[in-house]
Design a protein around this ligand. Sequence first.
Ligand SMILES: Nc1nc2c(ncn2[C@@H]2O[C@H](COP(=O)(O)OP(=O)(O)O)[C@@H](O)[C@H]2O)c(=O)[nH]1
Ligand SMILES: [Mg+2]
Length: 384
Amino acid sequence: MTMAAKTYRAGTMREALARVRKDLGGDAIILASRSVRRRRLFGLGGRELIEVRASATMPQAAALVEAAGAPPPPASGAAAGPGGLSADAQGRLGDELSRLHERVDALSRMGRVDHLVPDLPAPVVASYARLVEAEVPEPLARRIAAAVADSLEPHQLHDPAEVDEALLEAVARSIPVAPPIRAVMGTRRVVALVGPTGVGKTTTVAKLAANFKLVHGLSVGLVTLDTYRIAAVEQLRTYAEIIDLPLAVANDPGEMARALDELGAVDIAFIDTAGRSPRDEVKIRELGEFMDRARPDEVHLVLSAGAGEKTLRAAAERFARVRADRLILTKLDEAEGLGDALGLLGQSSLPVSYLTTGQAVPDDIEPADRRRLAGLILGMEAIG
Ligand SMILES: Nc1nc2c(ncn2[C@@H]2O[C@H](COP(=O)(O)OP(=O)(O)O)[C@@H](O)[C@H]2O)c(=O)[nH]1
Ligand SMILES: [Mg+2]
């Protein structure tokens, strides 16, 4: 089988794959990818580019040769693939390929080759590309793709629907989820939302409070920590008035118990927390003191789904100290690639409780569902 392989270059893997899809369609096979440095005139300030080789179909051997860093053929699309070799020559080629593979692995460990197509059955390479395109960190994309390959019987490999289903399941399995807030009429459940400034804590408290009151018919109260004497209190007060909920303010940890009692006999008390600005986030130790006094039943860490892996990881570590035990992912409607969030989910012990998908109170929130989240991450499903 012969086919045209073409080379695409772009600033990021995501852009490169978008170009491949646009040009060759959704079934395009990624043969190889690597990062290259584009030299500028006079050798000043070269820029890192991602180069992807792709075609409509692929013989297995081609991927390894390309990945080994052979000089790329002209972008006009030369034919690739060994084609028409004797058995003996094929044997030698096989040996040569495994040596190349070893060399590539060594280069990869030295950080010389950033992205390599793993050794996967051809139909699963498309799954791998899809994960990378969703900005799933490469090692995780590789692990998931390997799990997809393992989970499929040979005859299933040729059915794209089966491969997609296996991919969705593999991603879904890697996402821990928590059940929705467990509220029982007549007992007070205290639920705190913590997280960086601007991620949507106050909005999410309003959405949850409105849903539990209006849909589930529970009595709900709000507590806010006014540690900075700032407008955050007014924002929550406005929601409290619209939804018609009691609101109490705790100015320091010592006032926490009083603030909760002020709400009266509510079924759920939500505690909203605030920092001064994204640059000067709520001080963790102080927040910890508030939490020690409130003794919440659930502490949900709120993070924006579109944040990069480093930001997400740093926040998860920071707020582990106030015993966050669930995760609310916000702004899924704005997130470009959710793969970074998947990177965090796969490694953290925080199960996801809710997803928020827009600014509208109380509608834009849903309990976390692992297949739904997997579908969103993979772009197999839309928000609306
Ligand atoms: N697009 C989008 N915006 C959101 C979402 N949740 C909150 N926001 C917006 O994010 C901004 C900050 O929200 P806020 O609740 O004040 O964040 P806080 O500082 O964590 O309390 C506001 O403009 C919200 O309307 C969401 O799911 N999607
Ligand atoms: Mg707030």
